[in-house]
Design a protein around this ligand. Structure first.
Ligand code: B12
Ligand code: SF4
Length: 427
């Protein structure tokens, strides 16, 4: 479970985090469980699948196996949480046979543990679900998130040796309304900003623990320019010297914005650009247009930053003409890495879901646990072929997340001591 959830219960309970990335398989996990003998085991269900139509991979079977293995060794209650559960609560509680689930922000686990300890009713606690008791998503958590962090955390070493990236949040929530996006459902629509001084203090702790790079795990970092700039000033004040990166929307930035962030250590800008056809940006309900993309791109590259753009082709409004328009304009995004996702996965709780139901592409009761992609006027394969044709011989045009070959190269570079996201080597 994440450090923020551990922090929410650590005052009243003994907590141990076991990060599966850092363990050598389920055997090592069972050893930890055998030694620690927990009463409750929380499991974070983050990814349902890799959302990549060009190289699809699902993770539910691995979760099922993990839970069976845990049950074979321990009588602890199993509590699920995480963004995957929040998107698919009914399906996952049904499929994985856990005792409880916490949907939305995991800090509410503290309320569940309190109720269990004091033999109180758990059914009425907002956000707490069981396979039989499905409840609506609760209102966003209104208290400040905390985070457990110290240099002796057992999984820290794994991340320090594999890229050196640690992450931090500067806010929760996104107020934009992009048609396909689950983030406002997961985090809420209302922005809840963490005071810049506290963000900088966390960043400094991570640096002191050995982080070589920070990734800001906000849904979208620049949804609040003045908060961003205050954070940059606090980073400077706190003496932060390691590089960092974040997800940005290609909105027109205020004057001097990227320059200030670059001075505070920002090195990597990941723009969720999606399309370079205004008609498509409009039907995706994006809060910017093509002109803004080029403005944002220019000011970020002029500030000396590494820039990547992510494209999501084949959603509502995509046609042969808009695809051509996007691919032609992409050529003008100089000095950047271009990631192309062909096909838009439909998630519940999104406007895209409603559109697909209205279009007759989906039944209202259909499960989306197995990926279903929106059907625009163009076949995904046609889009993929077009992109592949243009990408040939250009290492900075990446299809999907690059597949297992890219993952193997990155892992090798990390072993040789390289740090950070590394996509800048493709420019
Ligand atoms: C930042 C981010 C990334 C960064 C991560 C950087 C880093 N160094 O950590 C990068 C760019 C690398 C990334 C990559 C991917 N990501 Co991503 N990412 C996110 C994002 C925006 C935030 C995640 C985050 O860290 N949040 C902050 C932490 C604190 O929140 P959290 O872990 O969700 O925990 C909270 C709750 O979920 C809950 N909780 C969590 N676990 C538990 C456990 C228990 C027991 C309890 C009670 C509660 C609980 O409590 C916490 C506090 O409220 C989310 C979307 C979102 N807004 O959540 C997508 C998201 C998690 N990513 C997603 C995906 C698909 C991916 C990729 C597979 C994409 C791809 N094709 O490459 C990869 C996989 C990477 C990997 N190895 O897992 C999906 C997962 C859902 C799904 N469809 O499967 C999400 C939800 C986005 C989406 N499409 O809807 N991602
Ligand atoms: S795509 Fe980005 S900007 Fe749009 S709603 Fe999602 S997180 Fe917000």
């Amino acid at each position: 479970m994440p450090a923020v959830v551990a922090a929410a219960i650590a005052g009243d309970h003994e907590v141990r985090i076991a990060d599966m990335n850092a363990l050598e398989g389920n055997g090592q996990l069972l050893k930890i469980i055998g030694q620690f003998r927990p009463d409750i085991i929380g499991i974070s269900l983050r990814n349902i699948d890799n959302t990549d139509s060009s190289n699809p991979k699902g993770f539910i079977e691995a979760y099922r196996k993990l839970i069976r293995t845990v049950r074979s060794e321990s009588r602890a209650l199993i509590v699920l949480g995480g963004s995957g559960l929040t998107i698919f609560p009914g399906e996952l509680m049904g499929a994985l046979e856990a005792d409880y689930g916490v949907i939305g922000e995991g800090e509410r686990l503290a309320l569940l543990l309190d109720a269990l300890e004091n033999r109180k009713d758990t059914a009425s606690i907002p956000g707490i679900i069981t396979a039989a008791n499905r409840r609506p998503l609760p209102a966003p958590w209104d208290k400040k998130p905390n985070r457990i962090f110290h240099k002796d955390l057992p999984h820290l070493d794994y991340y320090l040796k594999n890229g050196g990236i640690l992450n931090l949040q500067t806010k929760r929530g996104c107020h934009f309304k992009c048609v396909y996006c689950t983030y406002p459902h997961i985090e809420g629509r209302k922005k809840r900003l963490i005071p810049p001084v506290e963000v900088a203090e966390t960043a400094r702790h991570l640096q002191e623990a050995g982080a070589k790079y920070l990734f800001i795990a906000d849904a979208v970092f620049n949804s609040d320019f003045s908060h961003n700039m205050a954070i940059a000033r606090e980073f400077k004040q706190a003496g932060l010297s390691i590089p960092w990166g974040a997800f940005f929307a290609p909105l027109k930035p205020p004057r001097g914005y990227f320059k200030l962030l670059a001075e505070a250590g920002l090195t990597h800008v990941e723009f969720g650009t999606e399309s370079l056809a205004d008609a498509v940006l409009q039907s995706y309900r994006k809060p910017y247009r093509v002109d803004h993309v080029f403005d944002a791109h220019r000011t970020a590259t002029e500030a000396g930053l590494h820039v990547a753009h992510y494209f999501l082709l084949g959603g509502p409004g995509e046609t042969t003409e808009t695809l051509e328009e996007t691919l032609n304009r992409v050529e003008n995004l100089n000095r950047s890495v271009l990631f192309f996702f062909c096909g838009m996965r439909i998630y519940p709780h999104t406007a895209l879901y409603d559109i697909a139901v209205a279009d007759g592409q989906l039944d209202k009761d259909q499960s989306l646990l197995e990926p279903v992609f929106y059907r625009c006027g163009l076949e995904t394969d046609v889009i993929l072929q077009q992109v592949k044709k243009r990408a040939a011989g250009r290492p900075n045009w990446v299809i999907g997340s690059g597949g297992s070959k890219t993952a193997a190269i990155i892992s090798k570079m990390y072993k040789r001591g390289h740090t950070g996201p590394l996509w800048e080597h493709l420019i």
